[in-house]
Design a protein around this ligand. Structure first.
Ligand code: PLP
Length: 439
C-alpha cells in the first residue's frame, strides 16, 4: 500500500541547502529529501516517493495536508481579494473566526475566555501568557515542569527544560522554577505533594509564583500524560497560592489529546490557555492566548506585533471549526482512532518488553535509547513512513498521525512501525514450554 521511495535520475540539487541554509535546520537532516506536494496524510518528494506523514508538522496538521474544505475556503477568500494583512484591524475574516470560536468551542463547553491574538508562533502565545500572569499578580516567578517544552524565545525558553535548547539562550534563563511533573519520580511519589509542601513552607526557598505553566501531555518532552487528578491538584494549588494556572495546549490541543482542549472534562478550568500549531487547521501560522475576562488587564498595544491575526489563518481556522468541531461525530471518530493507536502500540510494547506513553492521538513508545529510536525512525523513513522522536534522550518514538486519517491507512503505517521496531530490537524471550525430559 505504501510505496517505497526510489531515487530517480531527476534527483533535485540539494547542495543549495549546504551552501546557503543555516546549520540550525534539523528535521531535514533525518529526512534528506525535497518535498513538493501533499494531500491528506501523504506527502510526496520530488523523486516520486510517497510518504505517510505520522509527524503532521509536530501536530500542526491535525486535519492532514491541504484539506479540500479548508483549501477551498482559502482560495475563495484570496480570489475575492479578501484582506490578507490588516495589523489588528477588524476584518470580516476575524469577525467570522471570533463568532465561530465562541459558538462552536467556547459556549458549548461553558468557557468564558477573552481571545488575544499574539504573533503567529506558539512561543509568542506563551510569552504573552507569562507576561500577563506577571502583570496581573505583580510576581516574577513562574513554576514550570520537568521535561516541559514551551518555545524558543527567552521567556518561553526559560520555562523549557531541555538543556540543548536552553544552551542557545546566551544569557541566564531566570525567574522560573522547574518542579517535577506528574510521575517524574515514578508511581510511588505524587509530585503534587512535593509542590504543595514547598509552597506551604516559608523556608523552602520557593518564591510565591505568578503562574504554573503546564502541558497536560508533554509533546516534545516525551509524551508524559499528567493524570487528571494531578492537574486538578495543580490548579487548586495555583488558586490557593494566588498564582494563575496556564495550560500550554499548543501541541495537545485542537483534538490531539482528546477534546478541542486537552483539559476538557477534567474538572478544572485554566486561567490562561495558549493555542497555536493546528489552530489554523492548514499549517498556517496562527496563535492565540485565552484569558479569563477579569485577567485582561493589558493596555492597548502593550503586547504588540505586526502579524497579530493572520487573516488567511482566520479563514481556514473558521472552516476547520465548522467542518470538524461543529459535529460531535468528529470527536467520536478521533477517539476511535486513538483507541486503535493505543491497542497497536500496546501490542508492540508487550512483544518487546517496552512501555507506551501519551493520550488520544498523541502516543508513543519508549524504546529505551535515542540510538534505537533513531534506527527505528530511519527504517520507517526508508519504508515510506515519516515519524519522529521525543523525550529527554529522544528515546520515545511518537505517532502524530492526522486525526482524520482512514483507519486502514493508520493501521498500514503502524504495520511499518511494528516491523521497524522488530528489526531494531529482539522480542522479549517467551518462557519455553516445560519439558519433562530427564537430563
Ligand atoms: C511547539 C510548541 C510550542 C512553541 O510553538 P512554536 O510555534 O514552535 O513557537 C510551545 N509549547 C508547546 C507545548 C509546543 O508543542
Amino acid at each position: 500500500m505504501i510505496k517505497t521511495p526510489m531515487p530517480s535520475a531527476t534527483a533535485p540539487d540539494t547542495k543549495i541547502y549546504d551552501r546557503r541554509e543555516s546549520k540550525v535546520r534539523s528535521y531535514s537532516r533525518s529526512m534528506p529529501r525535497q518535498f513538493g506536494k501533499a494531500q491528506g496524510p501523504w506527502i510526496h518528494d520530488s523523486e516520486g516517493g510517497r510518504y505517510l506523514d505520522f509527524l503532521s508538522g509536530c501536530s500542526s496538521l491535525n486535519y492532514g495536508h491541504n484539506h479540500p474544505v479548508l483549501k477551498a475556503a482559502l482560495m475563495d477568500y484570496i480570489s475575492s481579494d479578501g484582506v490578507t494583512h490588516a495589523l489588528d484591524l477588524h476584518t470580516d475574516a476575524k469577525s467570522a473566526f471570533l463568532q465561530t470560536f465562541e459558538e462552536v468551542i467556547l459556549e458549548p463547553r461553558g468557557l468564558d475566555y477573552r481571545v488575544m491574538f499574539t504573533g503567529p508562533t506558539g512561543t509568542n502565545a506563551v510569552e504573552a501568557a507569562i507576561k500577563l500572569a506577571r502583570k496581573v499578580t505583580g510576581r516574577e516567578l513562574v513554576v514550570a515542569f520537568t521535561n516541559g517544552f514551551h518555545g524558543m524565545t527567552l521567556g518561553a525558553l526559560a520555562c523549557t527544560g531541555n538543556a540543548g535548547k536552553r544552551g542557545g539562550a546566551g544569557v541566564p534563563l531566570s525567574h522560573v522554577s522547574h518542579e517535577p511533573f506528574d510521575g517524574y519520580y515514578g508511581d510511588e511519589v505524587d509530585t503534587a505533594d512535593l509542590l504543595e509542601q514547598r509552597l506551604a513552607d516559608p523556608s523552602s526557598g520557593l518564591d510565591a509564583p505568578a503562574a504554573f505553566l503546564v502541558e497536560t501531555v508533554q509533546g516534545e518532552g516525551g509524551l508524559n500524560a499528567a493524570r487528571p487528578e494531578w492537574l486538578r491538584r495543580i490548579a487548586a494549588l495555583a488558586k490557593k497560592h494566588g498564582a494563575l494556572m496556564i495550560v500550554d495546549d499548543i501541541q495537545a490541543g485542537c483534538g490531539r489529546a482528546n477534546g478541542f482542549f486537552s483539559f476538557e472534562d477534567m474538572g478544572f478550568t485554566p486561567d490562561i490557555v495558549t493555542l497555536a500549531k493546528s489552530l489554523s487547521g492548514m499549517g498556517l501560522p496562527f496563535a492565540l492566548t485565552l484569558m479569563r475576562p477579569d485577567l485582561d488587564v493589558w493596555s492597548p498595544g502593550e503586547h504588540n506585533g505586526t502579524f497579530r491575526g493572520n487573516n488567511h489563518a482566520f479563514v481556514t481556522a473558521t472552516a476547520a471549526l465548522r467542518e470538524f468541531w461543529a459535529d460531535p461525530a468528529f470527536s467520536d471518530a478521533v477517539a476511535r482512532r486513538g483507541a486503535i493507536l493505543e491497542r497497536r502500540l500496546d501490542r508492540i510494547a508487550e512483544r518487546h518488553g517496552l512501555t507506551t506513553r501519551g493520550r488520544g492521538m498523541m502516543r508513543g513508545i519508549n524504546v529505551g535509547s535515542g540510538d534505537v529510536a533513531g534506527e527505528i525512525t530511519s527504517t520507517c523513513f526508508a519504508a515510506g513512513l515519516i515519524i519522529e522522536t521525543s523525550g529527554a534522550h529522544d528515546e520515545i518514538v511518537k505517532v502524530l498521525a492526522p486525526l482524520t486519517i482512514d483507519d486502514a491507512v493508520l493501521e498500514a503505517g503502524l504495520d511499518i512501525l511494528e516491523e521497524a521496531v522488530a528489526e531494531a530490537m529482539p522480542p522479549v524471550r517467551q518462557p519455553l514450554p516445560s519439558m519433562n525430559v530427564a537430563a
